[in-house]
Design a binder for this molecule. Structure first.
Ligand code: EPU
Length: 419
């Protein structure tokens, strides 16, 4: 195991290039299972979740070849129907193979993902949506097993705009018979990217980026090539880091429109933001002012940026309230941040953050990807040395994190963990 070692405080400045989005790449890789031919994905980030998803696809019978940021997936051979426990528990996004496998093979057997460090994450909406299209499910021995004749297009109203449920139902609907309508669908840019790819491969999807997605089923998809959308969460993390370290950072190759609410909130906190074509410059002088913030599905404030925002607000001039509405246990890292001198009290899904002048470096443990990145950010702001253990979580989602931060002037390195 390795740890991130950060010598703070430091002020970030310079340019950072944003990678392709993790949460888009993973779903596009899964969607490639529906194409009986070659799919070429460009701008694929080099992160361990992509390696894990490649293992899942290979286990299912696809071939996956990587050449730098280009990935070629060929699912023209015989596919198998089972996504095993060892892989699904390592990466929850593997559950997204359910819809594509059912649509292409008529059966699928996928390990139940279970909970994780950010909360209990049921898949009831995924299953209900697919059942309405004609799939039948049994759950036994920790696996969910689905079977169906050709799926039938139906109207589905989601009780919450779940990203995963929207994607699973959407992918199944692409190869179903007739028209499907998903109401109260998730609108995240990664879903829009998935739809753009599927349409290039011959799908008929309308209403992309709106709460009502309309899909007219087709018999088969064709090979296609697609460049992944920029990672708005990675971009947002660097933007928040720039403000928290009172720095001056330009995000390059990003999509400012996907970051609108986080950038607005940073402006409210006192930052100066200049939006350009594929670029955003973020400048900050002095400590941030307080903010009240609520996480919500897109275009609301993203839950994945709540942990870095908590670090920023832990140094604000006054008290802020942060409300987490998407994942029940996403405040688990607060105790670690308090070890670094923050004053945060959690009450249910609200956190009351009393700003301090400066955090103080300490050994801390990263419970998941986003909290891990946030703790590194805390280390950049803190006085003295911070060691963030369980670095593996961060490497799941942030491409070349150490290199990119070092390029901005941070004193950060990866070392073998001491504990
Ligand atoms: N939910 C249900 N039932 C369902 C599906 C979801 O109750 O059938 C609940 C979940 O338990 C959660 C909420 O609905 O409380 C939102 O879940 P959603 O399905 O929207 O999220 P997801 O698909 O599991 C994706 C991202 C997350 C991101 C969320 C929200 C991927 C691989 N994961 O998760 O990303 O936080 O959407 O935007 O796309 C991360 O990258 O670190 C990460 C956790």
């Amino acid at each position: 195991m390795r740890s991130y070692v950060i010598d703070g405080p430091c002020r970030l400045s310079g340019e950072v290039r944003i990678s392709g989005a993790k949460n888009s790449t993973l779903k596009l890789m899964v969607a490639a299972l529906m194409v009986p031919g070659e799919v070429v994905l460009e701008r694929v980030p080099q992160i361990t979740d992509v390696d894990l998803m490649a293992e899942v696809l290979e286990q299912l019978g696809a071939s996956v070849q990587r050449d730098g940021s280009r990935l070629v997936i060929d699912s023209s051979g015989d596919l198998c129907e089972e996504a095993p426990y060892e892989l699904v528990t390592k990466m929850r996004a593997s559950i997204q193979v359910l819809g594509p496998l059912l649509a292409r093979l008529g059966h699928a057997r996928v390990a139940m993902p279970g909970g994780d460090a950010i909360g209990s994450r049921p898949i009831d909406m995924h299953l209900r949506g697919l059942e309405r299209m004609g799939a039948r499910f049994t759950t036994e021995h920790g696996y969910v097993e689905g079977a169906s004749e050709r799926l039938q297009g139906v109207n589905t109203l989601l009780e919450f705009p779940s990203v995963g449920a929207t994607e699973n139902i959407l992918m199944a609907a692409v190869l179903a018979q007739g028209r499907s309508v998903i109401e109260n669908a998730a609108r995240e840019p990664e879903i829009q990217d998935l739809c753009a790819f599927l349409n290039k491969a011959g799908a008929h999807i309308e209403g992309v980026g709106t709460p009502t997605i309309i899909i007219d089923g087709v018999d088969e998809l064709q090979p296609a090539k697609h460049a992944i959308v920029p990672d708005r969460i990675e971009a947002g993390t660097y933007a928040i880091a720039a403000v928290a370290t009172q720095g001056d950072v330009t995000l390059v190759d990003c999509e400012p429109a996907h970051l609108e609410l986080p950038l607005m909130k940073l402006e409210d906190a006192g930052a100066q933001i200049d939006r350009g074509d594929g670029r955003v410059r973020v400048r900050m002088e002095g400590r941030p002012t307080t903010l009240d913030l609520v996480t919500l599905p897109f275009p609301g404030f993203p839950t994945d940026l709540q942990p870095p925002m908590m670090v920023l607000l832990s140094q604000a001039r006054g008290s802020s309230i942060l409300t987490e509405n998407v994942f029940e246990s996403r405040f688990l890292f607060v105790d670690e941040l308090n070890r670094m001198g923050a004053h945060i009290r959690v009450e249910g899904h609200h956190a009351v953050i009393r700003g301090v002048e400066q955090l103080s470096g300490a050994p801390v443990r990263s419970p998941d990807i986003r909290a891990g990145a946030a703790l590194v950010l805390g280390g950049l702001c803190a006085d003295g040395r911070t060691e963030v253990y369980d670095a593996g979580h961060i490497e799941r989602g942030y491409e070349r994190f150490v290199d990119k931060l070092s390029g901005l002037g941070a004193g950060v390195k990866l070392e073998p963990a001491r504990y």
